[in-house]
Design a protein around this ligand. Sequence first.
Ligand SMILES: Cc1cc2nc3c(=O)[nH]c(=O)nc-3n(C[C@H](O)[C@H](O)[C@H](O)COP(=O)(O)OP(=O)(O)OC[C@H]3O[C@@H](n4cnc5c(N)ncnc54)[C@H](O)[C@@H]3O)c2cc1C
Length: 431
Amino acid sequence: MRRLLVLGGGTAGTMVANKLRRRLDRAQWQITVVDQNDAHLYQPGLLFIPFGGYSPEQVVKPRRQFIGAGIDLVLGEIDRVDPEANVVLLADGQRLGYDYLVIATGTSPRPDQTPGMLGPLWRHSIFDFYSLDGATALAGALAAFDGGRLVVHIVDMPVKCPVAPLEFTFLAEAYFRHRGMRDRVEIVYATPLSGAFTKPIASAQLGTMLDERKIAVESDFMVERIDDDTKVLVSYDEREIPFDLLVTVPLNMGADYVARSGLGDELNYVPVDKHTLLSKAHGNIFAIGDANNIPTSKAGSVAHFSTDVFTDNFCQHVAGQPMTGSFDGHANCFVESGDGKGMLIDFNYDTEPLTGSYPIPVLGPFGLLRESTANHWGKLAFRWMYWHMLLPGRPIPLPAHMSMAGKHQPAVQQTTDQQTTESTSRKAGQS
Ligand SMILES: Cc1cc2nc3c(=O)[nH]c(=O)nc-3n(C[C@H](O)[C@H](O)[C@H](O)COP(=O)(O)OP(=O)(O)OC[C@H]3O[C@@H](n4cnc5c(N)ncnc54)[C@H](O)[C@@H]3O)c2cc1C
């Protein structure tokens, strides 16, 4: 028997195991998934919990419900990988051998990495919504908030779902407005980026939306520490942002065992080839989902699109053939913007989020970089899709690679492309 071991039974690990179970001969391949617990958390749902949109019960289901027949699930904390011996050691002493390893242990918020964050104000005036207990505690804090300065803050990039802090800010603005107390709440968005988002066109659009909602942006803010006595965020360049209520996205890091095993970069992400997801150091280790270091968003959509390319590649690789699939960094994310509306962004390694419609040109139904109620309903419908289609690994009629169909090219890029085409035709004419 050949052994495939998948570390992490979250979004990516579950999809990979279920898809590969259908492709790999059961008489020849044993597939095992390891996770530290049996609770699968639908993380996009965390955004709505602070505002009472979802209850905790709606976002958690037993993990083994989604691990298909013919796949073993081992519950236990991963302590270390020995890539020379092809063995994974669990904290309880179990040793699991493998022929091929897929690392899918994601990324986690690490409030312990910022001095002062886990001090006396933690879960009193400082909250996160990237964990279930944080989002649940924040619901109580928002309901009790009587006015003052709300600061929404990101420690550093990359964070999973980099639009989630913006979505939280838009929803908080609408929430206070609907409660009739918006004039008593000052909202500040503090980000280490130089604008609202990582890519210029989306950043300009999202920046305008913050402006329209009278939300101040504190950009290039690299937090050094939190002063719990004065309730102030202090940056490395000695700027200070006071807060009454701080909603922070702590530093996101890959799992510590990745570092202990010598497999990670400085944030514990596994360096991989960005097109095949094969480890740069080991020919029988792949890393998929948030656990790797590919230069696109850390998002469930990336886990999904890359899994489609990965499964074909994996089957070729184990058959001794060259991998012909090439992942393009395709990501798409709904951006909830409040008042029952949302936007959608769709991009990859080479193309930044553009305006237009998705997935069908002109018809949509989703608008790119444009607020609409259809986008909001798309975001809500995604939870059903996640449990019933994505996790079981069922085919979804959305291509894994990003398409330019329906997208509006910006004038500058159009001109550049035109020039390239013209210059190519001139050269072709000359030759
Ligand atoms: C607030 C929020 C909103 C989001 N919204 C969106 C959205 O709208 N759209 C979108 O596409 N994405 C969104 N995401 C991101 C998305 O949820 C993640 O990108 C996705 O879940 C990544 O999948 P993964 O399998 O790589 O990691 P995960 O799903 O996090 O799975 C990792 C698994 O590894 C396990 N694990 C970790 N360490 C160990 C260990 N040492 N031992 C054993 N097991 C371990 C964990 O228990 C977990 O089950 C959001 C995330 C958050 C936090």
